[in-house]
Design a protein around this ligand. Structure first.
Ligand code: ATP
Length: 346
C-alpha cells in the first residue's frame, strides 16, 4: 500500500467531467508533478487531495486511512498556491508561526521551529520584515517555510513559482528540490511547465482531459513517449502520421524502415530533433535546410523533406558545417524512433 492512494478519483461540475477516474499511488518521500495543459484538471485533482474540493466519486487514502470526507483543516497538509497569500500585516516570523499557533504548539517550540524553517529556506535574518519588504522569490520561500513548519505528511504546491521571472524560477526550482530531498516530504506539485516538471519530479504525471495520459520518471517519459501528445508536451518532437506495413512506415511517397515488432496499421512515427544527424551517406531522408537558428547551447534547423518540414537540433560543440539552403541527408538510429497508435489531434 502506497503512502497516498488516489483511487478512481472523479470530479464533475454539472455535466462537465473535469477529473475522470484518476488513479495514482504515491510513495513516501516522492516528488510528483501533475503536468498538463490549461484546464486538464490538475488543480482540481490537487484540491481533492487537499480537501478543498469534494470528489464526485473515488477515494483518497493517506497512510492507509480513508480521508476522502475529512475536512481540509483536519488533514494537516502543507499547501502553497501561486498567490502566496501571506498575511500582509504580519512579519515573516508571524506568518510562519501562524499554523503552529492554530495548532496550539507551545510558544518556546514555535520560536525554535520558525527559526528552523526560515533557516531551511535561507531567510534566517528576515524574520522581522513584512511581506511588502521582500522580493517575489523571498515571499515564495516564506510561503514554503509556512508549509513545512507544520511538518506536514504531504506538501501540495499549485504553480508556486508562477509569479517569478524565468531566472529566479530556475533558481527556486533547484532550491525547492534540494529542500524536498533534505526533508523527505512527500510532495505533489501542479505545473504546466514541462521544464519545471522535469527538473523537480521523481515522477511526472501527464494529464489530458482529466485523465492520466502517461506517467513515469522524466527520463523514461522523454525517451519513450506513448503518443503524439506526450512527445510534444514534454519536449519537442517530429511526428509523422502514416501507416506501418511489413516493417516499413509509409508516409507520402516515403518508406522508413521500422524495428521489427511494430503492428501493421495507422500509426504516428516520433523522432526527437536531437536524435537526427546530418549525413552524406546512407540517409533515411533527403532534405533542404530552410532555416538555421542559434540558441546558445544548440542550433535549431528547420528542414524541408518530401514528407514535410522537420526540426533537427545539433549541440553547439563545434562550428556548424550546415547552413541555410544546403541539401543534406538525415539519419537516425531506428531505436530512437517510436511508432505509436495515431491519436486524434488535440
Ligand atoms: P490551469 O493550468 O489553467 O490552472 P488546470 O489543469 O489546473 O488548469 P482545473 O483548474 O482543474 O484545470 O480546471 C479543470 C476544468 O474544470 C476547467 O475546464 C475549469 O473551467 C473547470 N472548473 C474548475 N473549477 C470549477 C468550478 N468550481 N465550477 C465549474 N467548473 C470548474
Amino acid at each position: 500500500m502506497a503512502f497516498l492512494e488516489l483511487q478512481s478519483l472523479t470530479k464533475k461540475f454539472g455535466e462537465l467531467v473535469v477529473v475522470d477516474e484518476f488513479n495514482l499511488s504515491v510513495e513516501k518521500g516522492e516528488f510528483i508533478c501533475l503536468l498538463g495543459p490549461s484546464g486538464c484538471g490538475k488543480t482540481t485533482t490537487l484540491q481533492m487531495v487537499a480537501g478543498l474540493v469534494q470528489p464526485t466519486a473515488g477515494r483518497v487514502e493517506l497512510d492507509g486511512k480513508d480521508i476522502t470526507k475529512l475536512r481540509s483543516n483536519r488533514r494537516g497538509l502543507g499547501i502553497v498556491f501561486q498567490s502566496y497569500a501571506l498575511f500582509p500585516h504580519m512579519t515573516v516570523s508571524q506568518n510562519v508561526a501562524f499554523g503552529l499557533e492554530m495548532r496550539g504548539v507551545p510558544s518556546v517550540e514555535i520560536t525554535q521551529r520558525v527559526a528552523e524553517a526560515l533557516s531551511l529556506v535561507h531567510l534566517d535574518s528576515f524574520g522581522d520584515r513584512y511581506p511588502r519588504e521582500l522580493s517575489g522569490g523571498q515571499r515564495q520561500r516564506v510561503a514554503l517555510a509556512r508549509a513545512i513548519v507544520i511538518r506536514p505528511p504531504i506538501m501540495l504546491l499549485d504553480e508556486p513559482m508562477g509569479a517569478l521571472d524565468a531566472k529566479l524560477r530556475e533558481e527556486m526550482q533547484i532550491e525547492l528540490r534540494a529542500l524536498q530531498h533534505r526533508l523527505g516530504i512527500t510532495t505533489i506539485m501542479v505545473t504546466h511547465d514541462q521544464a519545471e516538471a522535469m527538473t523537480l519530479a521523481d515522477r511526472v504525471v501527464l494529464m489530458k482531459g482529466g485523465q492520466v495520459e502517461q506517467m513515469g520518471n522524466p527520463y523514461e517519459m522523454y525517451e519513450r513517449p506513448n503518443g503524439r501528445f506526450s512527445s510534444t508536451f514534454l519536449g519537442r518532437a517530429n511526428v509523422l502520421s502514416g501507416s506501418v506495413k511489413d516493417c516499413k512506415f509509409s508516409v507520402g511517397d516515403c518508406a522508413l524502415p521500422v524495428a521489427s515488432g511494430a503492428l501493421n496499421g495507422m500509426a504516428d512515427y516520433i523522432i526527437r530533433p536531437e536524435k537526427i544527424e546530418f549525413t552524406n551517406e546512407e540517409a533515411l531522408l533527403k532534405a533542404r535546410v530552410c532555416a538555421r537558428v542559434f540558441l546558445g547551447n544548440h542550433w535549431l534547423y528547420q528542414v524541408e523533406t518530401s514528407i514535410g518540414v522537420m526540426h533537427v537540433t545539433r549541440a553547439n560543440d563545434s562550428p556548424p558545417t550546415v547552413g541555410e539552403g544546403d541539401q543534406v541527408g538525415l539519419r537516425w538510429d531506428l531505436a530512437n524512433a517510436h511508432i505509436v497508435p495515431q491519436e486524434s489531434p488535440t
